[in-house]
Design a protein around this ligand. Structure first.
Ligand code: NAD
Length: 413
């Protein structure tokens, strides 16, 4: 089977090398930015419900800690391999720097299809994972969080196991926890909300208004749903949404309550005019928001994309080729490392609250998120649009990588 993780890693490293060469970093510095500081690889053995032992492979890769403790999720997926975890850890270093957080980047994973496990097996596996990494994580060392197929409940098992190992409470070692265990209000909506703040900031720069701006959102999960809901509340016209099964188009704005009800009751968001995922991507809208999976915009459909603004709410929704092609065509592409950094930003706010033992209202969290996202956007915009007579204009993604590498390397001694 093709190693997708290897491709992801090569492409993340190529982006870093290209940016580093442009800003004239020396060879050794580039090497320090590419190689992870630590790569923990291990086998986990758990007892299955039938009494047999089973072995799984797991990783925690700590990429760069110049700006602060490593930060990044833990994913459970059947295709997870070391290179994928390393690629995602590398991109977390960039994302945390772009978001202006005092964190480095890391990522963890287990090669497992969690659907094949009972709940008790899943809990044993989660606890076994912590057994392997407890000595290398901590609130000032490395702070894990949920990722693909891991949930607040899994974080609560992991935190419980970690606290048993170290013999004291340390809620700030994990983020994305249930609110009852020290999680933050506002975390569930944070990624969608953060993306909306970024889009609003962009429209202000373009001297455009939310009202009447048409939007199509691909993906109706945590990120897509809240983005669509909050964008509608902000005055955007969300004319299309979709999930893995189908989509709906409504020129007057999608009835999100109805779509959500349909999804719960019938398993499909559709009502009225049903559209396919391909049709959604190719709609003539002002803003396209891919918020489902990676590589959804690729060499097969890139020539048909009509939206002038693309907000990458999923991680890597555009392939490298599609990105180059659409960027050259003059599309404004808000890169994932900025657009979806609202999630890790509220994780940071959860960490601050956990360390202080003092918890904010949802409004306080949302207000802080707004300030932080606007600040993050402003720095990238400024880099992308230098004053006349200075450097050339550059796409937001390149600007984001430059800002990130400048921030990281300025903290590397
Ligand atoms: P999710 O599992 O809640 O939702 C994913 C959605 O995508 C579902 O509605 C699913 O039906 C849909 N989908 C799957 N395949 C599809 C297809 N082929 N076409 C159209 N829709 C499809 O996941 P999520 O948490 O919303 O994450 C979405 C993306 O955002 C991922 O790339 C994730 O890595 C990224 N992300 C999430 C967060 C977060 O806080 N949840 C933070 C940063 C980045």
């Amino acid at each position: 089977m093709e190693n997708q993780g290897k491709k992801m890693l090569e492409s993340a490293q190529a982006l870093i090398i290209k940016t580093a060469e442009k800003i004239q970093l020396d060879h050794e510095m580039i090497k320090r930015l590419i190689e992870p500081e630590f790569a923990h690889e291990f086998a986990l053995t758990i007892t299955m419900d039938n009494g047999n032992k089973k072995v799984f492979k797991g990783w925690r890769i700590q990429h760069n800690s110049a700006l602060g403790p490593y930060k990044g999720g833990i994913r459970f997926h059947k295709d997870t391999v070391r290179e994928e975890v390393q690629a995602l850890g590398t991109l977390m270093s960039i994302k945390c720097a772009v978001a202006g957080l005092p964190y480095g980047g890391g990522k963890g994973g287990i090669m497992v299809d969690p659907k094949t496990l009972s709940k008790a097996e899943l809990e044993r596996l989660s606890r076994a994972f912590i057994g392997r990494i407890a000595h290398v994580i901590g609130e000032n060392i490395d702070i894990p969080a949920p990722d693909v197929n891991t949930t607040p409940e899994i974080m609560s098992w992991m935190l419980d196991e970690y606290q048993k190992v170290i013999g004291r409470k340390s809620p700030a070692t994990f983020t994305g926890k249930p609110v009852s265990m020290g999680g933050s209000l506002g975390r569930t909506e944070a990624t969608g909300r953060g993306g909306l703040f970024v889009l609003l900031s962009l429209l202000t720069k373009l001297k455009k208004k939310a009202k009447g701006t048409t939007v199509a959102v691909q993906g109706f999960g945590n990120v897509g749903y809240y983005f669509a809901r909050l964008a509608t509340e902000a005055g955007f016209k969300v004319v299309a949404i979709s999930d893995s099964r189908s989509g709906v188009y409504d020129k007057n704005g999608v009835d999100l309550d109805r779509a959500l009800k349909n999804k719960k009751e019938k398993g499909t968001v559709s009502y009225g005019k049903t559209i396919s995922n391909e049709e959604l991507l190719e709609l003539d809208v002002d803003v396209l928001v891919p918020a489902a999976l990676e590589n959804m915009v690729n060499d097969k459909n890139m020539a048909k994309i009509k939206a002038g603004i693309i907000v990458e709410m999923a991680n890597g929704p555009l392939t490298a080729d599609a990105y180059e092609y659409l960027s050259k065509k003059g599309k404004i592409i808000v890169p994932d490392v900025l657009a979806n950094s609202g999630g890790v930003t509220v994780s940071y706010l959860e960490w601050v609250q956990g360390k202080a033992g003092y918890f904010w209202s949802e409004k306080e969290v949302n207000d802080k998120l707004k300030i932080m996202m606007e600040k993050a956007f402003e720095a990238i915009w400024k880099k992308s649009n230098p004053p006349a007579g200075g450097e050339k204009k550059m796409p937001l993604k390149q600007a984001a990588f430059e800002v990130a590498l400048e921030r990281i390397t300025s903290a590397m001694v």
